[in-house]
Write a protein that binds this ligand. Sequence first.
Ligand SMILES: [Zn+2]
Length: 347
Amino acid sequence: MATREELEQRIIEAIDLHRELILEVAETIRQNPEIAFQEYQASALLAASIQKFGYEVEKPIGGLETAFRASRHGRSDGPIIAVLAEYNALPGIGHGCGHNLIAASGLAAAIGLSAVMGEIPGIFEVIGCPAEEAGGGKIVLQQAGVFDDVDAALMVHHAGHQTGVGTRYPEGTCLAVTELTFEYFGKPAHAAADPQNGINALNAVIALFTGIDALRQHVPMETRIHGIITHGGDAPNIVPHYAAARFYVRAATLEDLERGAARALGQQRLKQALQGLAHEPGLAVDQKDIGGRGFRAPAPGVLQPPRKLPEGDLGHAAPPLSPRRRGDRRPAAGGGAHGGRRARPPR
Ligand SMILES: [Zn+2]
């Protein structure tokens, strides 16, 4: 029976042995960026690469075409440990914060664990999670029951100066988030020949940004409000008849978001709408709470900085696997402990 240290060493050696493949997958995904829910090439490449290491791949899952689950049995049906891979990019930017590296880290974990699964209990999975820059893919998967029988899910998010947009994250933090859009509808007119007959929707968006900046001193601690103008007009010589902005609002907890930041912003939005209408007769406003990405921030201490790894490792996941069995709760659907499929809840 190998010791834990020996198993860890074998995991690291397997990852080192396939270093070139892991880097190639990361680089291929970086060079072919696909935005939320469109990650067809990335998810296919990642799932196929993991499959070569003895994993059973289910694709699609959870109703998302670019989601997948790759699983490999150990010596028993539990615990089930999942590493979450991401692979979507940002529109116009590409892989800004390095989700291609999160994908390759999932592959590295799969390769590493494939070297020891015959000797340890449980099931190891890589779950391919689409749409993490926008759209909240994991929330969709969670609502579809994809994580129902997962005992622990792990993921890494890279930071540093070598991703597309250099980022330094404080350790151990995570914020709840929601999305808001604002649309203003005015009236077009020629900006030189007929300006007095235009109703300027861009002015309302600029007033909205100023109002939100004034609001910052009245929101709960840890609140972040950041947005962009997604439409500011069509030509400088035309009074903008349509303007739009999109914001993310983040807070320490979902409760803070709902009770504090979002509500304060809601009041602000109302005020702005009234101000805009007062300043510009005929200006209409349409404001939507998208809200699809609202989630509960984890309890303090759940998020952990990664362990120090030997130099040269891309990353690996070696959870301390407990010998607890789950066979009594959910027997394998057939094929026994090695390679047998588990019964899963419908989704
Ligand atoms: Zn990211």
